[in-house]
Design a protein around this ligand. Sequence first.
Ligand code: SF4
Length: 53
Amino acid sequence: MENINRSIRCSVEQCVHHCSTCDYCSLDKISVGTHEDNPSQEQCTDCLSFTHN
Ligand code: SF4
């Protein structure tokens, strides 16, 4: 049975860690970072645990 972490919602279906049957991450924990010098909105943040399928 696939792990579903209901504390981490995620809609990135292209990630290998995405739950196949619902919009959650399957990892126990993730890392979040930014690609901006001075992040000011949600688009500035990135899931650093993302792994392409
Ligand atoms: S690792 Fe990040 S991008 Fe991948 S399913 Fe989990 S929260 Fe989503």
